[in-house]
Design a protein around this ligand. Structure first.
Ligand SMILES: [Ca+2]
Ligand SMILES: [Ca+2]
Ligand SMILES: [Ca+2]
Length: 389
């Protein structure tokens, strides 16, 4: 590998396990995998830099950037030729299952009053915005090791949310990725040929979606130890690129990777990190970090070098999530864990409805649930009248 790989950007971390690193290296002719011993790992709140032996005492440095920049956190970068029309493109989850986490990340709704997101962007209080509406952050359950948290929102009764993807057959599956991260900025070229795009955007207020495909799963460390799904940012028509091939950027931390299964979209991962790039000659130096997404080699854009991206694998933590997520009190339609006259008001809005469907069942007004809102449901509400958990 030494002598063939010209620069750090020619290498993609593929897996990291017990001080060994598995790399995918790209040369002019082909890509291949090699195993190396890690020399040392430098971790900061901005990400992880790995130095590893690469034969004959020479080592290279590879870095993965957590989708978080100081007050910000990861966005979606798309090729200009692969921008979906979000009005007409319906083969994806509802827009309202993905929210904004404070001012620096994204999150995914998984029940009528809970979301999941990553931990590295921080924040123990504040606001989450879903469907244009703000909700206060309530109770938080942090996973003991993974970059993952479950958060209950106060006074919340969400109409749109997704179930967890619990099977472990994610590799090879097409995904939809949706979040509130940065978008595509300047087109980066060498010799008139495009190799990537800079990240651009003033705040985490614009929702973006892309497609990609899961390549593998692995364990990553550096601050948190997480099981993750891995994908890459192919050029359109290159590798195994998808129709709206995209990758993550700042403020996309915690956004959803969704797989379609059994007639519904389920959350399979939460964006965590992407490959990092540096100013030429300053590889590994955080002062010279570039906030860019590349799919080709900077020095020679004829060489395909799709960026790495990963997301915390939900199937690995589904049982933990299910163990901490709180139940919703039947009849509580306002999300305040209490059944009173304000719930009657919501209930009345669905009275005689006959088409209540999963996942929300008319915001819980159909509480049995059997699809309608009638006297049976009213009896459930009255059965919990003036009660709380
Ligand atoms: Ca890909
Ligand atoms: Ca209530
Ligand atoms: Ca009913």
């Amino acid at each position: 590998m030494v002598g063939e790989v010209k620069a750090i950007e020619d290498v993609v971390i593929f897996a990291e396990d017990n001080h060994l690193i598995y790399l995918k290296a790209f040369t002019n002719a082909h890509s291949y995998f090699r195993k190396y011993q890690i020399k040392r790992t430098l971790t900061s709140e901005r990400g992880t830099v790995l130095q590893f032996y690469c034969g004959r005492g020479i080592f290279l440095i590879v870095s993965v950037l957590l989708l978080f920049i100081s007050k910000q956190s990861l966005g979606i970068i798309l090729h200009p030729s692969a921008e979906p029309n979000l009005v007409t493109w319906t083969d994806r989850p509802d827009s309202d299952v993905v929210g904004r986490w404070r001012n620096n990340a994204s999150c995914v709704a998984i029940s009528r009053n809970c979301i999941v997101t990553t931990r590295h962007q921080g924040g123990a209080s504040g606001e989450v915005v879903i469907g244009g509406r703000s909700y206060s952050i309530g109770s938080i359950w942090n996973h003991s090791s993974a970059d993952l948290r479950v958060v209950k929102l106060e006074n919340t009764n969400l109409r749109h949310f997704v179930n967890l993807y619990t099977d472990t057959d994610e590799s090879g599956q097409e995904i939809r990725i949706g979040g509130f991260g940065k978008g595509r900025g300047a087109i980066l070229q060498t010799g008139g040929k495009t190799y990537g795009y800079s990240w651009s955007g003033p705040s985490n207020t614009i929702q973006r979606w892309c497609t990609n495909k899961v390549n593998s799963s692995t364990t990553v460390s550096g601050g948190y130890v997480s099981q993750v799904l891995v994908a890459d940012f192919d050029g359109i028509g290159e590798g195994d690129s998808t129709i709206y091939e995209g990758t993550a950027a700042s403020w996309d931390s915690g956004e959803g990777w969704f797989i379609y299964q059994g007639g519904e979209w389920k959350v399979a991962a939460l964006s965590r990190g992407v490959e990092t790039h540096f100013v030429e000659g300053h590889e590994g130096d955080p002062a010279y970090r570039l906030y860019e997404a590349w799919f080709r080699d900077r020095a020679d854009p004829n060489i395909k070098t799709p960026d790495y991206l990963d997301g915390v694998q939900i199937s690995s933590y589904a049982s933990w999530i299910n163990s901490v997520i709180p139940e919703v009190l039947p009849g509580d339609l306002t999300g305040d864990d209490w059944v009173d006259i304000s719930d009657i008001s919501v209930f009345a809005g669905f009275w005689s409805e006959t088409n209540c469907q999963a996942p929300d069942f008319c915001l819980g007004a159909d509480s049995e649930p059997d699809g309608d809102v009638d006297w049976d449901d009213f009896a459930v509400l009255l059965g919990n009248w003036l009660s709380s958990f």
